[in-house]
Design a protein around this ligand. Structure first.
Ligand code: DQA
Length: 153
């Protein structure tokens, strides 16, 4: 079993996710980001993992946060939102952090517009979960714990 203190997960939300709850509800659902964060925190507590949650609309701030995450966290769960499809800077920051990372999306990006089907960050991630609303984050958290536990064996 992994030691609790070795399960520190950074959750990063990208641009416009602060508008959830009013933004394109038919695609992203009714939950606000605050409600999603509450679900993440409740699940983290059940799983015995520490989470820090960060949201920014700025690519530079997202890069800076990931750059400072290396020593402070053991795992990264990131929804880069629209930056997913364009940001080589975020991809490079994830790779440089050396953190295992899971890319998450609320919506099923593979079934939407063509530009959403490609991810610039995917090469720096161990996997991706998309299409399950808040459960994309919760499933990613479970997977993070499973991977951290197996690293400690
Ligand atoms: C998103 C999908 C992106 O294509 C979009 O730009 C977002 C949200 C999602 O969680 O489904 O802002 O990352």
């Amino acid at each position: 079993m992994a030691k609790k203190e070795s399960r520190r997960v950074l959750i990063v939300h990208g641009p416009n996710l602060d508008r959830l709850g009013s933004r394109e509800k038919d695609i992203y659902g009714d939950l606000t980001l605050g409600e999603i964060d509450e679900d993440i925190r409740n699940t983290a507590e059940k799983l015995g993992v520490t989470v820090e949650i960060f949201q920014s609309n700025s690519e530079g701030d997202l890069v800076a946060k990931i750059n400072s995450a290396g020593g402070a966290h053991d795992f990264l769960i990131i929804n880069p939102a629209a930056y997913t499809h364009s940001s080589h800077a975020i991809r490079d920051a994830i790779a440089a952090s050396k953190l295992p990372a899971i890319e998450v999306h609320l919506s099923n990006v593979g079934s939407r517009e063509t530009f959403r089907r490609s991810s610039a960050v995917a090469p720096a991630c161990v996997g991706a979960i998309a299409g399950f609303g808040v459960f994309s984050y919760l499933l990613a958290l479970e997977m993070a714990v499973t991977m951290l536990e197996s690293n400690d064996e």
